[in-house]
Design a protein around this ligand. Structure first.
Ligand code: FES
Length: 210
């Protein structure tokens, strides 16, 4: 796991960053809600994972290739690209359906701000609706959000939570396409990096689609 991700946040997030790269510590952090008084999110799913050496070698600049064949529906993996964690998530039909119907609650439902390539400026914010690719860094002050499934009951989340991502530092919430909810400290949707598909099971992060 990369221990030098270019994250920055205020002092109260220091413990988050110190543990963000250690899955065991991170699970503990989420479970205890130690960051910024965040409440317990027992079902939060950490998206940080171990980076393969080949990915690390390419992280300094070039595109990173991702094998999609081992990502099950509802599953995700994290790779490193230019020193940043990038999530690759295979969304289920239910997760895609959950992207509808809450535009009024979002700060930028049409993704008008420049947080994604033009080919990802759509409801799913992706090339293939089922595959979501996003930089796993909160757009507020750089903490690492976690994936939180639909139906998770927690005071930090809306009662009708349809699934998405939660940042424990200051409580920003994002839907399953990384679109930020209104009245949260994060100012913009999560970043979608340039990417393209080089086959049914190969993704290249760092190269634009045609
Ligand atoms: S870093 Fe502040 S809400 Fe994510």
């Amino acid at each position: 796991m990369n221990s030098s991700l270019p994250l920055s946040c205020p002092a109260d997030c220091a413990s988050v960053h110190a543990t963000a790269n250690d899955p065991d510590k991170r699970r503990w952090l989420i479970a205890t809600g130690a960051a910024g008084g965040a409440a317990v999110l027992a079902t939060a799913v950490p998206l940080v994972s171990t980076f393969a050496p080949s990915e690390r070698a390419r992280a300094a600049g070039g595109p990173v290739e991702v094998d999609l064949s081992d990502i099950p529906p509802g599953g995700a993996k994290t790779v490193e690209w230019r020193g940043k964690p990038v999530w690759v998530m295979r969304r289920t039909p239910e997760m895609l359906a959950a992207l509808q119907g809450h535009d009024a609650e979002l700060a930028d439902p049409q993704s008008l701000k420049d947080q994604q390539p033009a080919y990802a400026r759509n409801v799913a914010r992706s090339i293939k609706p089922e595959l979501f690719v996003a930089v796993g860094i909160c757009t507020h002050l750089g903490c690492s959000p976690s994936s939180v499934p639909q139906g998770t009951a927690n005071p930090s989340l809306p009662a009708d939570w349809a699934g998405g991502f939660f940042c424990p530092c200051h409580g920003s919430t994002f839907d399953g396409a990384g679109r930020v909810f209104k009245n949260k400290p994060a100012p913009t949707n999560l970043e979608v990096p340039p990417h393209r598909y080089a086959g049914e099971t190969r993704l290249l992060i760092g190269e634009d689609a045609a």
